[in-house]
Write a new protein. Structure first.
Length: 489
């Protein structure tokens, strides 16, 4: 089942199946199996990809031990880029070359390798970023501005521009910021000589039209077209806006096999995902730290340091399954971590054989507690591929939990189940989400499901960009705290 296909490049497109990617050609034939965690768009007939064998390693804070393969269009590995050697690299080859980066003495150093993995420009502190590579030249940033070098490492145009990019093989667009926040664009040749006598509010490459002409923004409300000598084309109509459409980046399938989705989450009466009611706080934190939801960790305290968890009695994370991103909440019966102290007796004063004292608590560190897991919760929001499909999710979840125990209460929007392990579960549908909550929650008689009866999914969609921004910022689209409070003992 193909979940999404990216835009074609050089006759090839990356497609996604679950969380892995492969490649098809423009006839729809599979040319590279979906065996990769990540892959960059085809460039110069090559793909840069990370194989699925690195899945566990890729989830760690450090990517040092990863190796990205450079593949041809048949999937043959040409060579590998070791992250032990390089800290980063560009997103694709340009004219047979790829920019690579390492760090020396806390300074970023940029360089270039060829399509055989051989070093062409040795990484140097003079290059912080490589931009475009054309023929024997490339744009670079030295930390102060953009310039041009040749592949011998010689400076062709000094790094003095705020923006610099190729308009054609031997003409550049250069931008300089002016006082007051304005920007001035012009066209220059490889000798840094200005082409034409005009400057512009914006300027575009020649290859975006016919290769011989370019669009320029003359003022805030006027566009024009120039030739390669900088001369404006005559008898043009008034143009107040010009836009370039390149099509959608990704086309996604909205089909979801609900049974497969719920099965992939590994929901059981004993837990969810790879966690169970027997999991310790440390085990949960270690797993949480591998997810995109983990925002904790710095140079002083790693993401698994108990320092971050002294005020938490629950953790929420999310993961992408079949193009869907459900929330998973682990709720504990106490704090995940605690501060430890020892008592120090302090003598306040003495009188003969008598003395008065008090005990002071001296911090000795922070450690994880032995708190048990009280409940698990999974929540599916009506965004992305699940829009207008919450009823299907609800039905599948109810069916799954019914098979785990005995139904105690039920209506068309909720079900309460006593599980085989003695714990209880509530599956319910709200206007913009479906959730399942199970564990040591309130007794069956105390759980009211009337509020979920006859509920219908809200047709208004959570915008995808709002959804993901909220995920990243930790903001929830739906406040379900009231639900948790109502059912958790």
């Amino acid at each position: 089942m193909v979940d999404a296909v990216e835009r074609f490049s050089e006759g090839y497109a990356i497609y996604r199946c679950d969380n892995l990617v492969g490649v098809i050609d423009d006839k729809g034939n599979k040319v590279i199996n979906p065996d990769y965690l990540k892959m960059y768009t085809c460039s110069d007939g090559k793909f840069i990809a990370l194989h699925k064998k690195y899945e566990k390693e890729a989830k760690k804070d450090s990517t040092t031990n990863l190796k990205f393969d450079v593949l041809n269009t048949s999937g043959k590995v040409l060579f590998s880029i070791s992250m032990n050697k390089y800290k980063d690299f560009g997103t694709g080859f340009q004219n047979g070359y790829l920019d690579v980066y390492l760090e020396a003495k806390n300074e970023k150093c940029g360089g270039i390798i060829n399509d055989k993995g051989e070093v062409v420009i040795k990484p140097t502190t003079k290059i912080k970023k490589v931009g475009q590579i054309r023929n024997e030249y490339f744009t670079y940033n030295n930390g102060d501005g953009w310039g041009v070098m040749n592949l011998k490492g010689e400076t062709v145009i000094r790094a003095k521009y705020d923006i610099l990019y190729f308009a054609s093989d031997d003409i550049m667009v250069a931008m300089t910021k002016k006082d007051g926040g304005s920007q001035e664009y012009k066209y220059i040749n490889m000798k840094d000589e200005t082409i034409g006598s005009d400057t512009y509010d914006d300027a575009y490459p020649f290859y975006m039209l016919d290769g011989s002409h370019a669009v320029v923004k003359v003022s805030s409300s006027l566009f024009s077209i120039i030739d390669m000598n900088g001369k404006q084309v005559e008898k043009l109509p008034d143009m107040v806006h010009v836009g370039f459409s390149e099509g959608d980046m990704v086309v996604e399938s909205d089909f979801i096999d609900m049974k497969k989705l719920i099965t992939a989450m590994n929901i059981s009466e004993n837990g969810v995902d790879s966690l169970t009611f027997k999991s310790t706080p440390l085990q949960v934190v270690k797993y949480y730290a591998t997810t995109d939801a983990c925002w904790r960790g710095d140079k002083e305290h790693s993401s698994t340091d108990p320092y971050w968890y002294t005020l938490d009695d629950d953790l929420t994370y999310w993961k992408t399954i079949m193009g869907v991103m459900p929330d998973i909440v682990v709720n504990f019966n106490g704090d995940i971590a605690k501060r430890n102290y020892r008592n120090k007796r302090v003598i306040d004063y003495t009188y003969g054989d008598w003395y008065w004292y008090h005990d002071e608590k001296i911090p000795t560190g922070i450690s994880f507690t032995n708190a048990g897991i009280r409940s698990f919760k999974v929540k599916f929001s009506n965004s992305g591929k699940l829009r207008l499909k919450l009823r299907e999710v609800f039905n599948e979840l109810v069916s799954r939990f019914k098979n785990m125990g005995k139904v105690e209460k039920e209506n068309n929007g909720a079900a309460v189940v006593t599980l085989k392990n003695g714990k209880r579960a509530l599956v319910a549908m709200e206007k913009d989400n479906v959730f399942a909550l199970w564990g040591d929650i309130k007794q069956v008689k105390d759980i009211n499901i009337d509020e979920y009866k006859d509920v219908k999914e809200e047709s208004k969609r959570i915008k995808d960009y709002d959804f993901f921004e909220n995920k990243l910022s930790g903001i929830e689209e739906v406040d379900t705290a009231a639900v948790d409070t109502a059912v958790v003992e």
